[in-house]
Design a protein. Structure first.
Length: 120
């Protein structure tokens, strides 16, 4: 009726069945609470090639689709002019002005977009 368990103590034949049943009950509880479904963080959208204005207009659609955050390219002025996506950094403190915007927009537009992200 008794056998040796892996930890060295005696174990009855019914104990493995109890452990299996206990494991099933715990998993059922977790599934009923949707804890297993929500363990992962929401996905991050890598959003390049759009102006800050376009991103602002489409922001409700992005969060409605289930994205939890947005990854934007470096906002600073790039070395190859306003056609660069920002990875050839020329001046990382120049985020664009009204008379000389970067490829994505201006410092003011970026600040406004960041405020929208905080509220979302």
């Amino acid at each position: 009726m008794f056998r040796r368990s892996s930890w060295g103590g005696a174990e009855t034949h019914s104990q493995p069945k109890r452990r299996k049943r206990l494991r099933q009950l715990v998993l059922q509880q977790l599934e009923s609470r949707n804890l297993l479904a929500s363990v992962s963080a929401p996905p991050i959208l890598q959003w390049f090639d759009s102006s800050y204005e376009t991103i602002e207009e489409r922001l409700p659609d992005v969060f409605e689709a289930g994205y939890g955050a947005i990854w934007l390219p470096p906002p600073g002025r790039a070395d190859s002019g306003n056609q660069s996506v920002g990875y050839d950094v020329y001046n990382r403190f120049d985020l664009g002005s009204a008379d000389h915007p970067t490829l994505y927009g201006t410092r003011t537009e970026l600040a406004h977009l960041a405020g929208l992200f905080d509220r979302a």
